[in-house]
Ligand binder design. Sequence first.
Ligand code: CP
Length: 312
Amino acid sequence: MEHLISCENVTKEETEEIINLAFKIRETIREGKKKFKALRGKCIINLFFEASTRTRTSFEKAGKFLSADVINISASASSVKKGETLIDTVKNLDMMHPDIIVLRHACEGACNTIIPHIDASIVNAGDGCHEHPSQALLDTMTIVENRENLEGLNVVIAGDIVHSRVARSNIILLKKLGANIFIFGPSTMMPRYPEALGVKVLSSFEEVAKIADVLILLRIQLERLNAKKVFPSLREYATFFGLNKNRLKMLKKDAIIMHPGPVNRGIEINNDVITSPKSVIFNQVENGLAVRMAILTTICGKKNKLLEELNA
Ligand code: CP
């Protein structure tokens, strides 16, 4: 794996390797070990043009736990503010010989655009409405942890599907692993051709509750709606599509609830749901650190070195 741009380019075998490595990493971190030498001498630049809490912090911690040099750059504090372009920005950073640039950008395809201009590997930390592959890998790890086998599992993704890079990456990856994917939400937030994505559209919460083994709720992305009115009000969205205490009771006994974060409490998800035993939302965050350590190690070709440390 040279870059991580899209789940289209991640095979089932690569997914399993990353997740198995992440489980070992997580176990060792839980035992209290937080420093590994595997990426000593490597340099990782986190270049974020959009806000982030989980992805940015976990890539930073991942690099530091692996002993890489980590540099964090926010567009708001860089020469982008003076009008420098994305390509010029990454080309200048690439001249400082980083091994990996982790990029989050509001434009779909931003990562693909810069690859021809630089030598460093690129990790897509979310590009517009396109993809968020490390999120899909950590979501897959969380599902595997709870359900072991994804073959034939019914995964329902609910909410703002059309603007969601998390939905797109999860659909691609989870389908490769044999899951059945369903989507649910306002018709204005559904893809125009769901069949092209290989997903089925559900039309009521009753249908969702009946089949969902895994329910992934998505954040309403107000920043991508550009004042478009895709539903009458947030209150109406919460009434028809939000997961509340009563709807929680309708789900299968062993169903799990996921959300990539940040959550809009009281809109797509209620407080009672976040803290319910079915919720694995905070486990997703812990798994995110381990998965990102596994991704950085794999891209740097240091998996065996890290395994030696984990097995010591
Ligand atoms: N899930 C996710 O990408 O969260 P952040 O925007 O906080 O990184």
